[in-house]
Design a binder for this molecule. Structure first.
Ligand code: SAM
Length: 395
């Protein structure tokens, strides 16, 4: 078993890295990894595998817009029951990179009939590591569920167990600019993914008509001005590892920050609700994009765009707790407003509500399946042409 244990990543060697994302964003993430210089890019469900060195691992955490976690696979084995799982974990030479003074945390995700509870699997893995240390040294590493030094991420598919070392710590959607949270905030990684999927380019006007925390607008500004999304938090678990090369990280950080632009971008984040908009404004200030994202308070139905053409993204209330008639009425009005006042715009809408989608009254030219948390959604594209399309008959 120990021959497959591969905690050997250093500056010179390249190793496999697995980057996780939300369902529906795999292709977007793969493009980002390619741009960042990754090799052997292979998308899988909710993630992308890539090869890179330790500098690439640092860069991936700092610079990716649509990544949730950057993981280093360390071992794979099969286990048909808890005893085999425990024995395999205990046989691994954990002391090669974990010191008895270090703290650990284990998180598991199961896709198997063999083990019923992820907490049970995490507990077994933790017990096996701790028992190995106790037998060898008489002491054991502590468990720290908040700020551990090593976070092990276990994935079980059928009887295949893969153990990964999480290099990110807090998931990367926790950018750090959103201190004050509104009711249904969208994860920053999803917002960045929607902006990229929409095909919005910084020379175009972008409007989020129902912005909540202004996450979509802020992520668009971050993309447009090439701000590394990890810039705000600058805190990753790999910084606690003994092999952390601070000089290398600082070089990567400085060169990424030096690329930040101050492009004249026009983004409008609008919401009807005063207190929500106040929080949105604070978020734009925290993210240092308040000069780019203009926050406005009015009903979406009163917006009159100042420019003809651009991109509008809508994340309306999904109306899970509203009567069907109210939901269908809201979405019907959204469709009418788009037709009337957003000619020459490309509109995108994300919702989990099928009745809502059917009530918009516009034909979607693209429908992308995507998840907003646990909610299965569609991200729909509507091309809104101006005027009437005249057909000239050939004489
Ligand atoms: C699902 S939330 C949007 C969440 C947002 N994407 C975020 O990241 O926080 C829907 C938002 O629509 C706003 N809203 C509802 N009706 C509106 C209307 N007629 N005009 C403008 N905003 C509206 C609500 O105040 C709420 O903030």
């Amino acid at each position: 078993m120990s021959s497959t244990f591969t905690y050997t990543f250093n500056h010179t060697s390249e190793f496999e890295i697995k980057v996780t994302t939300f369902f529906g964003l795999e292709e977007i993430l793969a493009k980002e990894l390619l741009k960042l210089g990754g090799k052997n890019i292979t998308p899988f469900k909710r993630g992308v595998a890539v090869t890179g060195d330790i500098g690439f691992l640092y860069k991936a955490n700092l610079c990716l817009h649509t990544a949730l976690k950057v993981l280093v696979p360390i071992v794979k084995f099969t286990a048909d029951n808890e005893h085999q799982l425990y024995d395999a974990i205990k046989a691994m030479p954990w002391e090669e990179f974990i010191d008895v003074q270090d703290s650990i945390m284990v998180e598991s995700v199961l896709n198997t009939e063999l083990f019923k509870h992820s907490l049970f699997v995490s507990q077994k893995v933790k017990d096996a590591i701790v028992d190995r240390f106790r037998e060898k040294t008489g002491k054991r590493p502590d468990v720290d569920l908040i700020r551990p030094m090593f976070k092990l991420y276990i994935h079980v598919y059928k009887n295949e167990v893969s153990i990964n070392l999480d290099s990110s710590g807090d998931p990367l959607y926790k950018r750090g600019y959103r201190s004050d949270i509104n009711e249904a905030p969208m994860k920053e990684v999803l917002a960045a993914g929607l902006v990229k999927l929409s095909g919005w380019e910084p020379h175009l006007l972008l409007i989020d008509g129902m912005c909540g925390a202004a996450t979509i607008g802020i992520e668009a500004a971050i993309i447009a001005n090439q701000i590394p999304p990890g810039y705000y938090r600058n805190d990753f678990i790999f910084m606690k590892w003994r092999n952390f090369d601070e000089k290398l990280y600082d070089t990567i950080f400085d060169s990424s920050v030096n690329k930040i632009k101050n492009n004249p971008v026009e983004i409008i984040a609008n919401d009807i609700d005063g207190p929500t908009l106040k929080k949105a404004r604070t978020n734009t200030i925290n993210a240092k994009v308040d000069d780019v994202v203009k926050c406005t308070q009015q009903s979406f139905f009163d917006i009159k765009p100042e420019r003809s053409g651009g991109v509008i993204i809508l994340n309306p209330p999904y109306g899970e707790r509203l009567p069907v008639e109210e939901v269908t009425q809201l979405y019907k009005e959204i469709g009418n407003k788009l037709k009337k006042d957003f000619q020459n715009f490309t509109a995108w809408m994300i919702t989990s509500n099928p009745e809502g989608i059917n009530s918009v009254g516009l034909r979607a030219s693209r429908k992308i399946q995507i998840f907003n948390g646990a909610l299965e959604c569609r991200f729909l594209k509507y091309e809104l042409y101006g005027g009437t399309k005249k057909i000239h008959k050939l004489k």
